[in-house]
Design a protein around this ligand. Structure first.
Ligand SMILES: Cc1cc2nc3c(=O)[nH]c(=O)nc-3n(C[C@H](O)[C@H](O)[C@H](O)COP(=O)(O)OP(=O)(O)OC[C@H]3O[C@@H](n4cnc5c(N)ncnc54)[C@H](O)[C@@H]3O)c2cc1C
Length: 773
């Protein structure tokens, strides 16, 4: 109705004149219309709408509520869904972890199986496959060395993959070897998770029990003590069975965290070598002693080969006078090397390098080998014109070579009567007292030098005098003339040890090597001389005698060596072993010249001098006074003469031979420099006639006098540290130049200078260096 009216009205409005319309509307219609609308339509409409809407609104509200609840439900469903997803994911994770656990259990199971089994390698050269022994079989060294599998294929799956290095590296269970050759050496240790540990700590044993006794190993030389006993220290070439040495850590860093396997193998190898040093220690000889359950045995045998190679290269095993049929090191390390000098150092290096498989030529200036080892048989027995004594035999490589050759070492006793001019034997109490004072003076020098830099060094002789004077002033003591002379006997011995007058020797560093572990045990005299050892070292080496090297040219890739007679040799590496004095005097030249650092080192060491006199008599006239002691001392008549024949060695104290050997040292060398040999012997005889005044001392039947200081190829006895120098210089002497020139010899060995042992070990050291490059 409303719509209709309105439409009519509109229409009517449309039919009306627009101008009038306004009026009309105003006057009439509009008011009416309004009224009309108001009175009638609008209210009704509104009401109806209201009625109508209210209902709708209610519905609408209900709908809204429904809608909201639906939304909420929807949201909860979503949440549920999300939680379900999470649960699902966690279940998956759990499932994965279970799978992992399962896999680990399987692995454990497999490892347990591995632990239990005994593995053995077929000893047939063309087989070498690993097999698993049946449960009933026991693995022994003899079975391991002779086992033959007789199969053509790898039928055991589990051991087929043993060549895989990753797989092998997983085999890390600590191997505690059954019946290891090391066991008797290590009875004072027990195996634990860090290797072998001392069975008693330092705190829980009484002092006397702590003093280490060498273990008893049947048939072992008393001079072979490769392992420290618990609480022991300071022995040269001795290792702790429970610790890796520095160079071992460099070579086998993978064992640094858990050294157990390495130590077990190294101890086994070292023990096996000490038990039999006359044969090459090969993998085939060693591996059967690796007796351990589980697949770890396979890894142990593989590592054993590396350990053997390393120890061979270092000269810890398969060394000495061994002659080998096959090269000891793998082919990659083979090279050509020239060695200048066939003394102890050159021969040691030559032997080692040749045994490793290298091509070696030794060039020697003299018509003989040995250098400062030169034995003489003209007096009826062997007398060393140069070296003849071994100072400290335990683990000494000279003792090892004597064992290999079955050579005798005569142990030197400690008894040494001090005989005065006039023939009196010095009261042992006085002797002991002056020995004590002498050592106290040296202790005071040691105290003085503690905080002294190199620049404040002083001559040893001067320092000794200073300390001695202070001691006399402070103590108020006064020594008798005899006591003073006995003190000079000791000073003369110090000059013998240094090979020099004390005014040239460093007070700071005269005994620099004492801070390193030194060779301990007996001092011995080599009855057959050092030559028998060196001749065996030289066997099979290509040695060119009468070949004095004059020039070494090392600017190119290869080193060229020229001899005095114009012959040439070339090699990748050259080892120089000539005595220090010759390097100091430039007896041969280097091109380019040696580095400044090396030249400085060469000149800061001293080239010492001592000489020997040996006399053969018709009778052992000294026996009545010294009762077959190994030596007797001579109390010097004056300070200047203290170096003249201060000690006489009986070269065969237990035999019937009648040979005495004595030395000239220190300032006394100047007294004999221009004398004929016979005049030197006369001087010596006048001393002996003073000492044995009570009897007729016969003239010597034969004699020898040495002249090392004027020997063109030595010009010295042994090195010492000059005032202002230091022990470190020995290390610089040993440094190589450009990896082409190498240096060995007693004057390059900081730990063991002056001796044949030191020279020998320096040769072994350089051979190892050359082989490692
Ligand atoms: C009298 C005396 C007593 C000693 N007593 C002992 C002792 O009892 N115990 C001990 O351990 N030590 C002792 N020594 C020290 C010991 O002898 C030496 O330390 C050791 O022998 C040095 O050996 P080396 O290889 O370093 O040198 P060397 O033996 O001197 O060898 C160097 C070699 O180089 C050669 N040579 C030199 N120039 C040339 C050249 N241009 N071309 C080619 N070849 C050349 C020489 O001829 C020599 O053979 C003594 C030494 C002397 C002199």
């Amino acid at each position: 109705m409303c719509n209709l009216e309105h439409c009519n009205l509109d229409r009517r409005l449309c039919n009306l004149d627009l101008c009038n319309l306004d009026q009309h509307l105003c006057n009439l219609d509009l008011c009416n219309l309004d009224q009309h609308l108001c009175n009638l339509d609008h209210c009704n409409l509104d009401r109806r709408l209201c009625n109508l809407d209210l209902c709708n609104l209610d519905q609408h509200r209900r709908l809204c509520n429904l809608d909201r609840r639906l939304c909420n439900l929807d949201r909860r469903l979503c949440n549920l869904d999300r939680r379900l997803c999470n649960l699902d994911r966690r279940l998956c994770n759990l499932d994965r972890r279970l799978c992992n656990l399962d896999r680990r259990l399987c692995n454990l199971d497999r490892r347990l199986c591995n632990l239990d089994q005994l593995c053995v390698q077929c000893s047939k050269a063309d087989c070498g496959r690993w097999r698993q022994l049946s449960k009933e079989s026991a693995l022994t060294a003899s079975l391991a060395s002779s086992y033959r599998c007789g199969m053509k294929i790898n039928s055991v799956k589990r051991v087929a993959g043993v060549t895989d290095s990753w797989w092998l590296s997983m085999l890390i269970l600590p191997p505690l070897f059954k019946d290891s050759p090391a066991n008797p050496f290590l009875s004072a240790y027990y195996p634990d998770c860090v290797g072998m540990s001392p069975s008693a700590g330092p705190g829980n044993q009484r002092q006397e029990h702590r003093r280490a006794a060498p273990p008893h190993v049947p048939g072992l030389s008393p001079y072979f003590q490769p392992f420290y006993q618990p609480n022991e220290c300071g022995k040269a070439l001795c290792v702790r069975p429970d610790m890796m040495e520095l160079d071992e850590l460099y070579e086998f860093p993978e064992f640094s965290r858990d050294p157990t396997m390495y130590l077990a193998l190294r101890n086994l190898v070292l023990a096996a070598w000490n038990r039999d040093c006359k044969e090459v220690l090969t993998l085939q000889r060693c591996a059967p002693h690796v007796i351990v359950r589980g697949l770890v045995r396979i890894r142990c045998v593989q590592e054993l080969e590396r350990v053997l190679d390393f120890m061979t290269r270092k000269g810890l095993i398969n060394t000495g006078v061994l002659q080998v049929k096959r090269p000891l090191l793998p082919e990659s390390q083979h090279n050509k090397v020239l060695v200048i000098g066939a003394g102890a150092a050159g021969l040691a290096a030559g032997r080692q390098l040749q045994n490793f498989g290298m091509q070696v030529v030794v060039l020697e200036a003299r018509e003989r080998i040995g250098g400062r080892v030169w034995d003489d048989a003209s007096l009826g027995i062997t007398v060393g014109r140069g070296a003849q004594i071994v100072n400290g035999c335990v683990n000494n490589p000279i003792a090892l070579m004597c064992e290999q050759l079955g050579l005798q070492m005569h142990r030197l006793g400690v008894r040494c009567e001090l005989i005065q001019d006039g023939g009196l034997v010095t009261d042992p109490a006085l002797d002991k007292r002056m020995d004590f004072h002498f050592n106290a003076v040296l202790d005071a020098v040691s105290e003085w030098r503690k905080d002294k830099p190199q620049s404040q060094d002083a001559p040893l002789g001067e320092k000794i005098q200073e300390v001695y004077k202070t001691f006399l002033q402070e103590s108020g003591l006064h020594f008798t003339e005899l006591e003073e002379k006995v003190l000079h006997f000791h000073l003369s011995n110090l000059e013998y040890a240094c090979g020099s007058t004390l005014d040239q020797v460093s007070a700071r560093s005269w005994d620099h090597n004492e801070c390193f572990a030194q060779f301990s045990g007996d001092h011995t005299l080599l009855t057959d001389g050092y030559s028998s050892v060196l001749h065996n070292l030289a066997q099979g080496l290509d040695i060119r005698l009468n070949t004095a090297v004059q020039h070494v040219e090392y600017s190119g890739d290869a080193v060229k060596v020229t001899s005095a007679c114009g012959s040439h040799w070339t090699a990748q590496k050259v080892l120089v072993t000539v005595p220090l004095a010759l390097l100091q005097k430039n007896t041969f030249s280097f091109s380019p010249p040696l580095p400044e650092r090396k030249l400085k080192a060469i000149h800061s060491l001293g080239a010492g001098a001592i000489e020997k006199v040996a006399l053969q008599f018709p009778t052992r006239f000294w026996d009545s006074k010294v009762q077959r002691a190994d030596y007797f001392g001579h109390v010097p008549a004056s300070v200047e003469k203290r170096g003249l024949f201060s000690v006489f060695y009986d070269m065969r104290p237990q035999g019937e031979e009648c040979v005495l050997m004595t030395v000239i040292t220190g300032e006394a060398l100047a007294l004999v420099r221009d004398l004929q040999d016979l005049q030197v012997v006369d001087l010596c005889m006048s001393v002996l006639r003073e000492l044995f005044q009570e009897q007729e001392v016969p003239d010597p039947v034969k004699f020898l006098v040495t002249h090392w200081s004027r020997d063109p190829w030595a010009q010295m006895s042994y090195s010492f540290v000059k005032t202002g120098g230091s022990g470190e210089v020995y290390d610089i002497m040993a440094e190589d130049v450009q990896g082409k020139l190498f240096f060995a010899g007693e004057a390059t060995n900081r730990h063991f200078p002056q001796t044949v042992t030191g020279a020998y070990l320096s040769g072994v050291r350089e051979a190892s260096k050359i082989a490692a490059l």
